[in-house]
Design a protein around this ligand. Structure first.
Ligand SMILES: CC(=O)N[C@H]1[C@@H](OP(=O)(O)OP(=O)(O)OC[C@H]2O[C@@H](n3ccc(=O)[nH]c3=O)[C@H](O)[C@@H]2O)O[C@H](CO)[C@@H](O)[C@@H]1O
Ligand SMILES: C=C(OP(=O)(O)O)C(=O)O
Length: 427
């Protein structure tokens, strides 16, 4: 059993460089399918989700050369399959991001139905409705979605019921090769979507409005391979900013390699909780908050407060001087880590999609289970300031999205170790 053991009470100092954004890199990798030839992606995070997307692409006949730890040369000229199998989609839902590119390239895709995951049901009905508007027929059997556009894709007007990140991305990636113009209304505005549109435009696509609620895509005949740098990971950055808010020494901690503009609402809420920070050329320096003020947060699509930062900020609110209310509007199961935080002495009551967090003066180290990616990271953060040590298990969730998390924290002066312990189930 792999665990992360965190010894509380060690002040953080120095600088940490964040990796490329998981949620950008995965979609950029999928988008390379649209440009036959070799695209080079730099600043790719070395995380397990990227390895899964690599397997998905290889299964489609793509060749991937790892030029260095963060640089992938992805040659899609040999792609000859359009199937994303169950074993990979079940491991990582973002595998469904190949649907739009496969439709754009081959006019067909066979994708395992993703099913639910530990964050909730996570349907893909909006992806399907949007692609149907572009002329795609869907059929499902034996757990697979068969998508086909026998007459090619045709540009259309698509209004999304909700600003879904994945649906917006799949639609953009299909529409770049459609005949005519596609307009996506109520599109998601996340920075990773802007990164995707930027790369596609470098490849020869004609996309305007990415980062706004109305994205217009004029279809083109072909796209060509490029070299593109993945943007810095705003969620990894936000995680380290919360680490600083909990545990930085007097000199503060520098979090580098991302754009603070991508975390506007997170900084606004953290400032109201007492965070002091200064902008640097490629990041921020942040200081510890002596005793955080309580907060009132609701997760929303960008530029609202990101659901992917909710758990980390709840770990901070657990130590606030008062009662915080945190409302989760995006994923129904995203409070699972709260009961683990309660094992560490937090006082949290969940009422439907609201968490009422009564701040306590101290947390105490305990054995806890990482229920998902961000919940796991939040438990490690809580361990930084808990009395004694905290053992966080199910660390594979954390490796999905954090490159060398333990090393980066250790580099800041935290006492954190990766350990392999005998599994109690084996006794
Ligand atoms: C790999 C990746 O980029 N993941 C991010 C992406 O996930 P993802 O792209 O899956 O998130 P969406 O924005 O699509 O989902 C938002 C909500 O809409 C629902 N929904 C979505 C599509 C659909 O067809 N039908 C439907 O009901 C989902 O179940 C969820 O409740 O955006 C989320 C919201 O910012 C982030 O938390 C994830 O980190
Ligand atoms: C929810 C997340 O990712 P995914 O959509 O890949 O599950 C996340 O990055 O916090």
């Amino acid at each position: 059993m792999n665990i992360i053991r965190v010894h509380g009470g060690h002040a953080l100092e120095g600088a940490v460089e964040v990796s490329g954004a998981k949620n950008s890199a995965l979609k950029l990798m999928a988008a390379t399918l649209l440009a036959p030839g070799a695209t080079t992606l730099t600043n790719v995070p070395n995380i397990s989700d990227v390895h899964v997307m690599g397997k998905v692409l290889k299964g489609l006949g793509v060749r991937i050369d790892v030029l260095d730890e963060h640089t992938l040369r992805i040659d899609t000229s040999t792609a000859d399959s359009w199937e994303a199998p169950y074993e990979l989609v079940a491991k990582m839902r973002a595998s469904t991001a190949v649907m739009g590119p496969l439709l754009g390239r081959f006019g067909r895709a066979k994708i395992a139905m993703p099913g639910g995951c530990n964050l909730g049901a996570r349907k893909i009905d909006m992806h399907i409705l949007g692609l149907e508007a572009l002329g795609v027929n869907f059929d499902t059997d034996h757990g697979y979605i068969h998508a086909a556009a026998p007459d090619g894709l045709t540009g259309s007007m698509v209004s999304l019921e909700f600003a879904s990140v994945g649906a917006t991305e799949n639609l953009i990636m299909a529409a770049v090769r459609a005949r005519g113009t596609t307009i996506i209304d109520n599109a998601a505005r996340e920075p990773e979507i802007v990164d995707l549109a930027n790369m596609l435009n470098e490849m020869g696509a004609k996309i305007t409005g990415a980062g706004t609620p109305v994205v217009t895509i004029e279809g083109v005949e072909e796209l060509h391979p490029v070299e593109h740098r993945v943007i810095g990971d705003r969620i990894e950055a936000g995680t380290f900013v919360v680490a600083a808010a909990l545990a930085a020494g007097d000199a503060g901690v520098e979090v580098l390699g991302f754009s603070p503009v991508h975390l506007g609402m997170v900084f606004k809420k953290l400032e109201l909780m007492g965070l002091r920070y200064e902008r640097l050329e490629s990041g921020v320096r942040a200081w510890r908050i002596d005793r955080p003020a309580p907060t009132d947060i609701q997760t929303l699509p960008f530029p609202g407060f990101p659901t992917d930062m909710q758990a980390q900020v709840m770990a901070l609110a657990a130590l606030a001087d008062g009662v915080s209310v945190i409302t989760e509007n995006i994923f129904e199961n995203r409070f699972m880590f709260a009961s683990e935080l309660v094992r560490m002495g937090a006082n949290i009551r969940i009422e439907s999609h609201h968490a009422i967090v009564h701040g306590v003066e101290r947390l105490s180290g305990a054995e806890v289970v990482s229920p998902d990616l961000r919940g796991g990271a939040a438990l490690v953060l809580a361990g930084l300031v808990a009395d004694g040590f905290t053992d966080v298990s199910a660390t594979h969730h954390i490796r999905r999205g954090y490159e060398r998390f333990v090393d980066k924290l250790t580099g800041l002066g935290a006492k954190v170790e990766s350990l392999s312990l005998p599994d109690p189930e084996d006794d």
